[in-house]
Design a protein around this ligand. Structure first.
Ligand SMILES: [Zn+2]
Length: 870
């Protein structure tokens, strides 16, 4: 799954706190799950959706095995009403016992069922939701009028809202789905249609081929007025499914998938095992996820799959390519081989997050995607060096806590750790291990150590110990380099922590690469084992974490830092980013002066590569956020604008013929940053272009259009805000509409922020655009947005799917730096289940962190800036 990064993680606010005492069994590995004495082999399910009335009915025959005598068969069901239940060979109708807290249904008989094979037959009805979980409806405007399509989203544990089932990743079965659908609509599931028969009642009966053995969370079904474009790639029918009339936007995704499939077949050493692979687009969005890897039927919201040449930007296209690569990697890593329980979710997500970049880099080296991943890794490192973090492999007590695991630690730290381990053992050895892992566990379930074992079996360098250090304990190592005696180089390891709780000493066996010492110097450093290279300092300066594939912070002694900065221009872009990121992080936390970072920014060469300048701009934008409302802000902004000016003069407003994407991305970042810094020239030019565009629609497309509207919206007056609102109302493209509404929340004018908040409660923005609008206000005015969501809590909760509610509310406050907000958030935490508080803890740590930087670090920065004016 591609989770929504802005929200970091999702939790269940509405879900009940914990187990009622009694039947859910605590298994050997310590989580609450269904009893294991009855297991399913196959589900034959027939669904009749009634989309207009948001309900459906189902008939189900479950072939199951009873391993030991029992008088009850227990499975998962939520929001399901049973009309009939029967077991083969039994005349007695079982009593149906529902546990709405644990989301189980038990079928209880008066006498024990003997071990053997049975068929459990169930008739039931269920609910079609309006937010994206379970079976859900998305409405949209088509040329023929208002239309409704339905889709499913089951990860982590919502298949139980569609079919009563053993809804745990470790229980794999065959699913045979049949659907009674209105004639003329297209139905999509994991497998191709096996037969389709028109009925006299105006409905068609569509039967899909049996799935392979798989986990319930990977089942998929969609129904609507769709079109499918497709192409054979080897023996796989690859398709993109869109709403009628939108096939022109599907081509980019189809080309990307066709390009990637042979690469993955080769990388994993096992061909994609299903006969078809579909990518399905749905309108709207979720606060939890952008895309989901259902086996053979990958679901995306439009914005993560479709490319409109008039509207999409270079960044959109790269993001879509990466998202396609992510979900395709899951078809093997997650779908063919699946984690046994949610503790190991990272194995799915960390791996897919790494693989998406490896595959993208293979086909688009010019995008420099590895450089672009560093920003996400930094986000994870910041979280991981504060209170509220958790190990990559984290115990998940029950499915209600599983949504906890979808966060930056699982995805971005997971990705970074795998990248580090791959570069430690080498590409070939790592791939050989992965191939054996896939081959040995196909159609089965695994734990993380199964992967390490396979890599260790083929690699001369062993990774299990290192992998354990980085996945079983939280936190970030600090590798410090100094030069005792002036000639040798010494590396020592401690822990990098931004607050008291994250400074507790800890040791990692950390693979470190140092450039400019030997060829290059590779060594494993741990707390008790410093590493020393003698006669190592030459006229080239040693660079720690060369290539930046290690998950740690690097600190230099003052002489070695000065030396490294002195040769900044000669470093690789990766290592330039390393110095930038580490100097800001060390400066904000007091390990080094924050002025080290400013000094680096001061000499930021406008001739550096686009990605490096872009990173500088992003760091400057982040620091500006900390300066908000501070006395030093005006001077900081003047300094920042002056440092960004040469780069902006180079890229300009307009795309140059044949320029690489990286220049377009840099332009967009520079304009966003200069707009944030209230650069008068940029704001005036955006207004001029906006006014011209209003009279000549079509004069702005793609990124240009986005940059102009975004800048105008941030600096809007009431009349401009009304114009933007009218544009949003008129917009036809769903992704464009969402963005236009979100811009209404981005105004720096507090009165307009209030209007945006009020608008979110009306039916004017779509149901899924309303929460985006509030989030946009929170980016500028967290306090205002927080007060609003708290005073309209029930209405705002209804806008967000239950799994995301606590996370969504937390995200509204998380950008604040006022300790008063920490107190409000703590009060909020007391109103949500204990298992849902992890995200709140992370946000509290982030708020305190910002407060500390503002009070403890900015004064020195102010003095430095005064001495280095714009
Ligand atoms: Zn994923």
């Amino acid at each position: 799954m591609k989770f929504v990064l802005a929200l970091v993680a999702a939790l269940v606010a509405a879900a009940p706190a914990l187990a009622a005492p009694g039947h859910p069994k605590r298994t050997a590995i310590g989580h609450v799950a269904l009893p294991t004495n009855v297991r399913p082999l196959r589900y034959d399910v027939t669904i009749t959706p009634d989309a207009p009335n948001l309900t459906f009915s189902g008939q189900e025959k479950i072939q199951l095995t009873v391993a030991s005598p029992t008088n009850r068969i227990e499975l998962n069901a939520a929001d399901i009403a049973f009309r009939k239940a029967a077991l083969s060979g039994r005349a007695e109708r079982p009593k149906v016992v529902l546990d709405t807290t644990q989301q189980t249904a038990a079928f209880v008989f008066s006498t024990p069922i003997a071990p053997g094979h049975y068929t459990l037959s169930l008739d039931f009805t269920g609910v079609i939701y309006e937010q994206a979980s379970g079976l859900f409806a998305l409405d949209y405007q088509a040329e023929t009028g208002k239309q409704r399509a339905i889709f499913t989203q089951f990860e982590n544990s919502d298949a139980r809202r569609f079919i009563p089932s053993w809804d745990e990743p470790g229980v794999k079965s065959v699913f045979a789905l049949t659907v009674h659908a209105p004639a003329g609509q297209m139905a999509i599931s994991n497998m191709p249609v096996a037969s389709s028969v028109a009925g006299a009642d105006g409905r068609q009966t569509i039967r899909f081929a049996d799935t392979p053995k798989m986990s319930s969370y990977l089942l998929f079904f969609a129904l609507g007025d769709f079109e499918r474009v497709h192409r054979m790639v080897g023996k796989t029918d690859v398709g993109v499914v869109v709403r009628r009339g939108m096939t022109s936007q599907a081509q980019f995704a189809l080309d990307a998938a066709a390009q990637l499939l042979p690469y993955y077949n080769d990388y994993f050493g096992v061909d994609y095992p299903l006969p078809k692979l579909d990518f399905i687009a749905g309108p709207g969005r979720s606060q939890f996820f952008a895309a989901m890897e259902n086996w053979g039927a990958i679901y995306y919201f439009d914005y993560a799959l479709l490319v409109d040449p008039k509207l999409s930007t270079e960044a959109d296209k790269q993001g879509i390519y990466v998202d396609i690569a992510h979900e395709m990697a899951h078809q093997w890593f997650g779908d063919l081989v699946t984690m046994a329980w949610w503790d190991d979710l990272w194995l799915n997500e960390g791996f897919a997050s790494w693989m998406e970049n490896k595959a993208t880099d293979h086909f688009h080296p010019e995008w420099k995607i590895w450089l672009q991943t560093k920003g996400g890794e930094q986000g994870a490192m910041r979280t991981d060096s504060r209170g509220g973090t958790h190990p990559v492999i984290t115990p998940i007590k029950d499915v209600f806590a599983a949504a906890n695991a979808f966060d930056g630690i699982t995805y971005q730290k997971g990705h970074a750790v795998i990248h580090m381990l791959e570069s430690y053992v080498g590409e070939d050895a790592f791939r050989a291990g992965v191939r054996n892992y896939i081959a040995h566990h196909a159609y089965g379930n695994t734990v993380t150590d199964d992967l390490w074992r396979e890599v260790d079996a083929v690699s001369p360098k062993k990774i299990t110990d290192i992998a354990h250090d980085f996945t079983l304990q939280a936190g970030v190592p600090l590798i410090a380099m100094d030069s005792p005696g002036g000639k040798s180089v010494r590396l020592t390891q401690s822990r990098f922590g931004a607050d008291a709780v994250s400074k507790t000493p800890r040791t990692w066996r950390t693979p470190v690469t140092v450039w400019n010492i030997g060829e290059p110097w590779k060594v494993v450093v741990s707390a008790g084992r410093p590493a020393v290279a003698t006669d190592a300092v030459t006229r080239n300066c040693p660079i720690v974490n060369a290539g930046q594939t290690g998950y740690f912070r690097s600190a230099y002694s003052p002489e070695l830092w000065a030396c490294a900065v002195g040769m900044f221009d000669r470093l690789t872009p990766e290592d330039q980013l390393g110095l930038i990121y580490d100097s800001r992080a060390l400066g904000e936390t007091g390990y080094a002066p924050l002025t080290d970072f400013l000094a680096l920014a001061d000499k930021a060469p406008s001739a550096a590569t686009s990605e490096v300048v872009r990173t500088f701009a992003q760091q400057i934008a982040a620091l500006d956020g900390l300066y908000d409302g501070q006395p030093g802000q005006a001077a900081f902004r003047a300094f920042a604008r002056a440092r960004l000016a040469p780069a902006f003069a180079r890229v300009g407003w307009d795309k140059k013929p044949g320029e690489p994407d990286s220049e377009a991305l840099l332009r967009s970042t520079l304009l966003a940053t200069l707009s944030q810094l209230d650069d008068p020239g940029v704001v005036a030019e955006a207004r001029r272009r906006f006014a011209a565009w209003l009279t000549a629609p079509g004069s702005l497309t793609g990124a240009q259009r986005q940059m102009v509207i975004r800048t105008v919206a941030a600096h809007a007056d009431a009349a401009t805000w009304d114009q933007l609102h009218a544009l949003g109302q008129k917009a036809v493209d769903i992704t464009d509409k969402t963005r236009l509404y979100a811009y209404l929340g981005a105004s720096h004018d507090p009165a307009l922020a209030d209007r945006a908040l009020a608008l979110s409660l009306t039916k004017d923005p779509s149901a899924t655009d309303a929460p985006e609008l509030i989030s946009a206000v929170a980016n500028v005015y967290p306090d205002k947005a927080w007060a609003f969501v708290m005073s309209h809590r029930a209405q705002v909760e209804a806008m967000v799917e239950p799994t995301s509610r606590t996370t969504y509310f937390t995200s509204i406050a998380s950008g604040a730096r006022d300790p008063a907000m920490a107190a409000r958030l703590t009060a909020f935490a007391a109103t949500v289940p204990a298992s849902a508080r992890g995200e709140v803890d992370k946000a509290l740590a982030a708020i305190r962190y910002r407060h500390d930087v503002v009070t403890q670090r900015l004064p020195a920065a102010d003095s430095w800036i005064a001495a280095h004016p714009g």
